[in-house]
Design a protein. Sequence first.
Length: 317
Amino acid sequence: MDKKRTIVVALGGNALQRQGEAASEQQQRVADETVRQLLPLIQAGHNVAIVHGNGPQVGNIVLHEEAINTPDVPSLPLEDSGAMSQGLIGFWLQQAFHDAFMVNQMNNRAVSVITQTIVSLSDPAFQNPTKPIGPFYSEDEAKTVASERGYTVKEDAGRGWRRVVPSSPKPQTVVEADVIQALVHAGVTVVSTGGGGIPVLQDETGQLKGVAAVIDKDFGAAKLADLLDADTLLILTSVDAAKINFGKPDEQSLGEVSIEELQKHIDDGQFAAGSMLPKTQAALSFLDGKSGRTAIITSLDKTAEAINGSAGTIIKS
């Protein structure tokens, strides 16, 4: 067996919800398939912590909340919706792990942890909110909503007006990291830091308060992996490797690359913002200044091969 490692897995949205399949039963079926792909890591004896995206789920929760907003049943704030999505996805994944462990006669346990991630109001993301969420409004409706509820609203690509919130403030720390670490070291498969974590601010006395923002899941996973002093950050996405000249005749998949080489590709603008760029940046943030770490970017179905070094984009410190 390969040496026992602590692996933080960052699951992309495609690992949880397929296009046009938003029903609970459909998403649970995808969760089952996802867990089957991750199971070989646990069977090989590695300690595994899982971080997941929550974009489609939290988006639907916000739409539900806004549709019912009345004085008697007021809509919940975005950070509450993020917590709801963590509980929901955690439920699906830990049930899928339970069933997979049972079928494979494994004496393992999985648990999900509602996770808060501290961000800073001085982060540039708070100066210029850009992430659209919630329902579409006419311009007049949007201005009324902005006035009554204190929202920032912007026109969204010709489709109407929407609320926008700060996008991708950098995670400062994960509040529950020590609890997650204790569970992971005890051999429990932990689902946490969903959607990068629920964004919270910490005041000078140490008290926490939720804030409306959207953290990048890959940066959340990188921060958790760093705090756990994990050996490997495994970023799973819809393609089997990071690619340069993407979509062009000379497109090339990156195999094992150096930190310097990957940074050059980032500087050259090879990776799209909101797609592969944050994944490559998160990988480098995990490796930064530390030795003996590995970051891997690949697809879910290449998980086992990637961990064994035969698939994906692999970067080592």
